[in-house]
Design a protein around this ligand. Structure first.
Ligand code: NAP
Ligand code: MG
Length: 484
C-alpha cells in the first residue's frame, strides 16, 4: 500500500549570504597572494556548471614559499607558543566557523554539489566541533599519554579530497595546530572555495601569519607539497592509488606519513534487526553525500530470510528521496561532484549489469544541466563482481545475502579495504561478536556514518594507516608518540 504523495514547494536557501570574489590568490604567510610560477583555474558548481570563481594554482615556487612561511612561523611563533595560547586561537576559529556557518554551508553546497541540509547539519557543525575539541587538547598534551612533554613535528603538508572539503580541512588542521605544528594545506581541485573562506576566517581570528598556508591547485601541487624537503609530516586523504604513490615517494625520506584512503564497507543486517531503523541506516549509509563517502556502507549484507522484505522496503524508501538543487532544503541527493566522477560511477554501474547483477532505480527525473546519478540498487550481486569489490564512490548500493554470522564475517572481510562496517541486530552479544571480528577501523552498531571528533577514525589494509580524531589522532602530530 502506498501512502499519498504530496508535492513539495521549492525551499531554496538564499545564496546572497556568500560573497564570492571573482578570483582568489594563494593563502601564504597570512595573505592572499598571486602565484609566482603557477596559474589560474576555474571552479564550477557541479549542479549548474556555472563558473563560481577563478582560483590560483600553486607551482613549485609557490609551494616553496608556503613551506618557508610555515617553517618561519613554526620556529618563531607557533612552536615556542605555550599550548594555552594556541588553544585561544583554535577556540576563536571554532567560534567564527559557528558564526559564519550559513555562509560556509551555502558555499560548500555550491562548490561541491552536496545538499544544503547536509553541509548545514553535518559538515559545518563537525568542522567547528573539531576545532573546539582540539582547542581543548592544546594545553593538555602532557596528559595525552605520550610522555610528559610531547613535542610537535614541525611543518605538516596536508592534501585533502573533494567530498568533505571544509570538514577534511578541519580534520587536518585542528590536531596539527593543537600539537604545535604549522601547516601547508592543499585542497582538492574541484572544491577549493570553502578552504579559501576558512583562510579568511583564520585572518579574522588573527592567527599568526604562516601558521596555516593554503595552496590551491591540482594533483601536481599536491605532489609538490608532499615531496618538498622542508615538510616533516605528510597527511593525505584521498584515493588508494595516490596514497600508494605518496608512500613510495616518501620511502627513506624520514618524513612521517598518515594515509586515509578508500573503502568498501559492509553494512550487515541480521534477521532480528529493527527493520525500519535499519532501512534508514542503509539509506543514510550509502546515499548520504551522494555516496561520495570513504566509509559509505556500499555493500549491504542482509540475512536471507529477510532479504526480499528489506529490498522492497528500500525500494519504497528510495522512491521518496528527492534529487535536485543542492541549495533546496528538501533535497536529499545533490549533484555528483565532477564529470570525471560521474564517468567512473557510470562505468562501474554498467559493469554491474554486464556481470549479471540486477539494476534498479526509482523513477527519478535528472536535471538537464550539471552532473547527476539516480540512487541505484543492485541485487543478485556476487562477491567476485566489480561492484562488490571496487569503490564506486557514488549513490550505488550492492546487495548480497548471507545465512550465518560466520558467512557474514567472511564476506564482509573479503575486501582489500578495511575502513568501516555496520551491524544491525537486537542482540548486544552479537554486536560484540561481530565488532571484534570485523577487520575495519570503525564499526557502527544500529547506526551508520556517525562522527565525533573524540572518536579516532582510520583504516586497515588498503584503507590506509594512522588515525584522525581522539587522543590517537594527536599521535600523528607528536614526536615520539608512536614509540611511546
Ligand atoms: P585523489 O585523486 O587521491 O585526490 C585526493 C587529493 O590528492 C586531491 O587534493 C588531489 O588533487 C591530490 N592529488 C592527486 N594526485 C596527487 C599526487 N600525485 N600527489 C599528491 N597529491 C595528489 O582522490 P579523489 O578521487 O579526489 O577522492 C576520492 C577518494 O578519496 C576515494 O577513493 C575515497 O575513498 C578517498 N577518501 C578517503 C577518505 C578517508 O578518510 N579515508 C576520505 C575522503 C575520501 P586534485 O584534486 O587536483 O586531484
Ligand atoms: Mg567545484
Amino acid at each position: 500500500m502506498s501512502s499519498p504523495r504530496f508535492p513539495y514547494a521549492p525551499a531554496p536557501e538564499s545564496r546572497a549570504i556568500v560573497n564570492l570574489r571573482p578570483s582568489y590568490g594563494l593563502f601564504i604567510a597570512g595573505e592572499f597572494v598571486d602565484p609566482v610560477d603557477g596559474g589560474q583555474f576555474k571552479t564550477e558548481s557541479p549542479s549548474s556548471q556555472e563558473v563560481l570563481a577563478e582560483v590560483s594554482s600553486a607551482g613549485p615556487g609557490d609551494v616553496d614559499r608556503a613551506v618557508k612561511a610555515a617553517r618561519h612561523a613554526y620556529e618563531n611563533v607557533w612552536g615556542p607558543m605555550p599550548g594555552r595560547e594556541r588553544a585561544k586561537y583554535l577556540f576563536r576559529v571554532a567560534r567564527v566557523i559557528q558564526e559564519r556557518s550559513r555562509e560556509l554551508a551555502v558555499l560548500e553546497s555550491l562548490d561541491n554539489g552536496k545538499p544544503i541540509k547536509e553541509s548545514r547539519d553535518v559538515d559545518v557543525p563537525l568542522a567547528a566541533a573539531h576545532f573546539f575539541y582540539h582547542a581543548g587538547w592544546a594545553d593538555k598534551l602532557a596528559y595525552a599519554g605520550y610522555g610528559p612533554d610531547p613535542r610537535p613535528l614541525g611543518v605538516a603538508g596536508q592534501v585533502i579530497p573533494w567530498n568533505f572539503p571544509l570538514l577534511m580541512a578541519a580534520w587536518k588542521l585542528a590536531p596539527a595546530l593543537a600539537a604545535g605544528n604549522t601547516c601547508v594545506l592543499k585542497p582538492a581541485e574541484t572544491t577549493p572555495l570553502s578552504a579559501l573562506l576558512l583562510a579568511e576566517i583564520l585572518q579574522q581570528a588573527e592567527l599568526p601569519p604562516g601558521v596555516v598556508n593554503i595552496v590551491t591547485g591540482a594533483g601536481q601541487t599536491g605532489a609538490a607539497v608532499v615531496n618538498h624537503p622542508g615538510i616533516d609530516k605528510v597527511a593525505f586523504t584521498g584515493s588508494t592509488e595516490v596514497g600508494k604513490l605518496i608512500q613510495r615517494s616518501l620511502a627513506g625520506t624520514g618524513k612521517r606519513l598518515t594515509l586515509e584512503l578508500g573503502g568498501k564497507a559492509a553494512n550487515i543486517v541480521f534477521d532480528d534487526a529493527p527493520l525500519s531503523q535499519a532501512v534508514e541506516g542503509i539509506v543514510n549509509g550509502i546515499f548520504f553525500n551522494q555516496g561520495h563517502v570513504c566509509c559509505a556502507g556500499s555493500r549491504l549484507l542482509v540475512q536471507e530470510p529477510i532479504a526480499e522484505g528489506v529490498v522492497e522496503a528500500l525500494q519504497r524508501r528510495l522512491g521518496t528521496l528527492r534529487l535536485g538543487d543542492p541549495l533546496d532544503k528538501n533535497t536529499d541527493i545533490g549533484a555528483i561532484n565532477s564529470p570525471q566522477q560521474l564517468a567512473k560511477i557510470r562505468e562501474l554501474a554498467a559493469a554491474g549489469e554486464a556481470e549479471g547483477a540486477q539494476r534498479w532505480s526509482p523513477a527519478c527525473a535528472l536535471p538537464e544541466r550539471g552532473y547527476w546519478f539516480p540512487p541505484t540498487l543492485f541485487t543478485g550481486v556476487a562477491p567476485a563482481q566489480r561492484i562488490a569489490r571496487e569503490e564506486i564512490f557514488g549513490p550505488v548500493l550492492s546487495v548480497l545475502t548471507f545465512r550465518t554470522p560466520e558467512e557474514a564475517l567472511e564476506k564482509a572481510n573479503n575486501t582489500t579495504y578495511g575502513l568501516s562496517a555496520g551491524v544491525w541486530t537486537e542482540k548486544g552479544s552479537r554486536i560484540l561478536y561481530m565488532a571484534s571480528r570485523l577487520k575495519a577501523g570503525v564499526v557502527w552498531a544500529n547506526t551508520f556514518n556517525r562522527f565525533d571528533p573524540a572518536s579516532p577514525f582510520g583504516g586497515y589494509r588498503e584503507s590506509g594507516f594512522g588515525r584522525e580524531g581522539g587522543r590517537q589522532g594527536l599521535a600523528a602530530y607528536l614526536r615520539g608518540a608512536f614509540d611511546a
